[in-house]
Structures are given as C-alpha cells and as structure tokens.
Design a protein around this ligand. Structure first.
Ligand code: DX5
Ligand code: ZN
Length: 215
C-alpha cells in the first residue's frame, strides 16, 4: 500500500472552512484529520462536535478524529453521531484503554491509539490487536506548526516490528511536523499515514504539496 495523506484542519483558515473542505474533496488528500482539544489533556482548545457535524455534510473523504481530551468514553457515541469515521484516543488519557477501544469499534468506527513522544512503543503491546490505527505523535500535542522530533523514526521501526510480532494489521500514522523535508524518511521507516497541517495549508500550492508528499 502506498502511504496516505491526512491534512490537519487545525492549520486551515477558520474563516473559510467551506474552502478547506472543498480542497479536501478535490485534492488527492486521503482523509481529513480533525484535532479535538479540551484545554485539559493539552494546553489548547480547538473545535468539537458542532463544527464536525457541519463539516461532515460537505466532506466526501473519511474523517480521522484525533481526541486530545481526558474524558474519552463519554464522547464515543457523540462523535459517531456527528460522522467520525476513525476515533483516536491517547493511551496517556485512558485508564481502561482496552474497553475504550472496544467501545469505539462497537460504535462502528475504526479505533486508533495516539502515543505521546515520551511514551514507549512497548506500552502498546497488549492492545495493538484492539486497534486499527496507531498514531505516533512526532511533536508534543496541542499545536500545529511544531518541529518534528527525530526519535520518532526509531519509534516507527519499533512499532512496525511490534505489529508484525503481534499479528496486527493496524496502520501507522505519524502526526506533527511532517513536511516535504522529512516525509520520505518517515515513510521509509514504515509509516502508512502522514498527517500534515502546516506543510499543506501554509503552502503556496496546497494541492501540489499533497502530490509531492505522495511521491
Ligand atoms: C498537534 C495535532 C496535529 C497538528 C499537526 O497536536 O495533533 O495534528 O495539527 O500540525 P503540523 O503538521 O503543522 O505539525
Ligand atoms: Zn492530530
């Protein structure tokens, strides 16, 4: 499988979300990445359910929701209701992660686990078979436009080996500081999905940038 590109709406112009969604629909973007922050798990607040509900009506591509919140279980059903296709929760935020992942799948969504830069890949060992997607954070979550943490490349390789060892088909997604200068190394290390916020939305030609990130 060639790698997928998931532009992060966090870097779009919020005055013109309609244009951002048109761009997602007409470009070679594979998914829309939607970052939800509660101001508690991360030191920032972004957007939540009502905006996703509106976006869902216009967006023709899968919506990949990345929850950066503390109370994940309470929001599984609400995010399904507003049209999330994938729901990713942080391992650091879920006391009963196994149950949360089962709940997401039972609700009819793909279940993802996000992993902060300080969390070892081995912490995923007992849960990878409950997940469809592992999102390795390559920045500390909370903001777009940060610098890629190079050790993520080692974590991708280690995760790839762990998934093989456990017989898991989960996709490896990398989120934060991904752009034209480093995407190739990230894909070569074993990533399946690249989230790109600033690299796409701040580019002079976002459509061409997605094509370039796919080369
Ligand atoms: C950060 C978010 C990312 C962010 C990526 O907390 O999870 O999805 O939007 O933005 P860039 O690609 O600009 O680092
Ligand atoms: Zn994200």
């Amino acid at each position: 499988m060639s790698h997928l590109i998931a532009p992060s709406l966090l870097s779009a112009d919020f005055m013109h979300l309609d244009k951002a969604i048109d761009f997602i629909n007409t470009s070679d973007a594979d998914w829309l990445h939607y970052d939800v922050m509660d101001g508690v798990f991360v030191p920032n607040i972004s957007f939540g359910l009502p905006i996703l509900k509106s976006i869902r009506k216009a967006c023709k591509k899968p919506i990949d929701v990345h929850l950066m919140i503390v109370n994940n279980d309470a929001f599984i059903a609400p995010f399904k209701e507003v049209g999330a296709d994938h729901l990713t929760v942080h391992i650091e935020a879920c006391t009963h992660l196994h149950r949360t992942l089962q709940g997401i799948r039972e609700a009819g969504m793909k279940a993802g686990i996000a992993v902060n830069p300080h969390t070892p890949v081995q912490a995923l060992k007992e849960v990878v078979n409950e997940a469809d997607l592992i999102c390795l954070m390559s920045v500390n979550p909370g903001f777009g436009g940060q610098k890629f943490i190079p050790n993520t490349l080692n974590k991708i390789k280690e995760l790839k080996a762990l998934l093989q060892q456990q017989g898991s088909k989960a996709l490896i997604e990398v989120d934060g500081g991904v752009g034209l200068s480093n995407y190739r190394a990230i894909v070569e290390a074993g990533a399946d999905v690249l989230v790109a916020g600033n690299a796409v939305f701040a580019a002079a030609d976002p459509t061409q940038t997605i094509l370039d990130l796919k080369k």
